[in-house]
Ligand binder design. Structure first.
Ligand SMILES: [Zn+2]
Length: 368
């Protein structure tokens, strides 16, 4: 379905609308260059040949598996659900040096206050979010809620960033399903940017509109990029995506922090996470790598009612084994050049199952 009509000759198709244009990223207030027309080496979209490595359910030298010892000498309990512990190599923490030598102006420094934690999603070493039951994913969401609340209440913490790095291409060699939490004394730049954009939108739009609510409305009006929707949650590949398979998952109700979601919204969010991650894995029949941050308002006591919590997926791959390299435009210039059209990428994800993970499928008689 999604491969039809592609021009494989290397010539640009006649109608370049939607393929070659600049799209406004309203949350970052910047332009994204979409240049999908110049994919000169079309990839005939078959599944990737790399065989999944057999991963054991338990590994005696994994520092995240139940019962094992970590570098700090501490021992993991024989946990059965979600397990949280203080990071043994924290980037921010209570032990950070307090006495610092001041650099010459305009330079500044300060103690790296805060807390860094690790969240093991599941005791099984070979699990991933995509393979977990929606109810188990809901338990992870509940831990994000509790951690955001608890860490955000600490006086030295102004922002709580929950995230997952998944896959070797984003530097994670241990497949044990886990995420991290950085509770910092500063607000991460992405959130600061999105807050300013949301505030400006509220002020400049008539009747004080919520920016993210309008993004949801625009996605619903178009509908082609929506990957999941139910009464409480929506998942879509945004119009202004910077990465080929970038996906946002959001509650429909605007809340600044994840802990404000009720149990129905949590269950729905978990279902949306399940659906999206299963689609990603099924796309190339591989464990799909990504960086997944939770976008939450600061935890500094301010009023952030205008901010809409959501989960972002930033997958680094454009094709199996082909990374989107950040180069001149992105690193040098600060704006993204997208080599793919969000509509085409959403169609690819919509073309695979969101309920049956490829590893759960019975061996097919068909040989591919
Ligand atoms: Zn493990």
């Amino acid at each position: 379905m999604f491969n039809s009509g592609k021009d494989l000759s290397g010539h640009a198709p006649q109608n370049l609308a939607g393929q070659w244009e600049e799209r406004w990223h309203p949350l970052r207030e910047e332009w994204v260059m979409v240049a999908a027309h110049r994919q000169n080496r079309p990839w005939i979209g078959q599944t990737v040949a790399t065989k999944p490595k057999a991963i054991p359910t338990y590994l005696s030298d994994c520092y995240l598996c139940p019962g094992n010892s970590r570098v700090s000498g501490k021992q993991n309990p024989a946990y059965s659900g979600v397990f949280v512990f203080d990071n043994d190599h924290p980037c921010v923490g209570p032990d950070a040096p307090i006495e610092l030598s001041a650099p010459p102006p305009p330079y500044r420094n300060r103690p790296a206050n805060g807390m860094a934690r690790v969240v093991c999603y599941n005791p099984r070493h070979d699990m991933t979010l995509a393979q977990m039951e929606a109810a188990q994913i809901a338990n992870v969401v509940e831990v994000w809620q509790q951690q955001t609340l608890d860490l955000g209440n600490r006086p030295e913490v102004n922002h709580v960033l929950c995230f997952e790095n998944k896959g070797e291409v984003v530097g994670v060699s241990n497949p044990h399903p886990h995420g991290q939490i950085y509770a910092t004394n500063f607000v991460f730049k992405t959130i600061e940017t999105e807050m300013l954009a949301s505030q400006r939108y509220l002020k400049e739009s008539q009747a004080g509109r919520n920016l993210f609510q309008d993004i949801i409305r625009a996605e619903q009006a178009d509908a082609s990029r929506i990957l999941y929707e139910d009464e409480y949650s929506i998942a879509f590949l945004p119009y202004f995506a910077r990465y080929a398979y970038e996906v946002y998952i959001a509650p429909k109700r605007s809340v600044p922090h994840i802990y404000e979601l009720d149990s129905k919204e949590v269950a729905s969010l978990a279902q949306a996470l399940k659906s999206v991650t299963v689609r990603m894995d099924n796309l190339w029949q591989m464990s799909f790598p990504y960086v997944m941050p939770l976008h939450q308002a600061p935890s500094d006591g301010g009023n952030y009612d205008f901010f809409h919590f959501f989960i972002g997926f930033l997958p680094p791959l454009r094709q199996p084994n082909l990374i989107k390299y950040l180069a001149g435009p992105e690193i040098g210039g600060g704006n993204f050049l997208s080599d793919t059209s969000p509509e085409a990428k959403a169609a690819e994800l919509l073309g695979v199952s969101d309920s049956l993970h490829y590893l759960e499928q019975l061996p097919s008689e068909e040989t591919l």
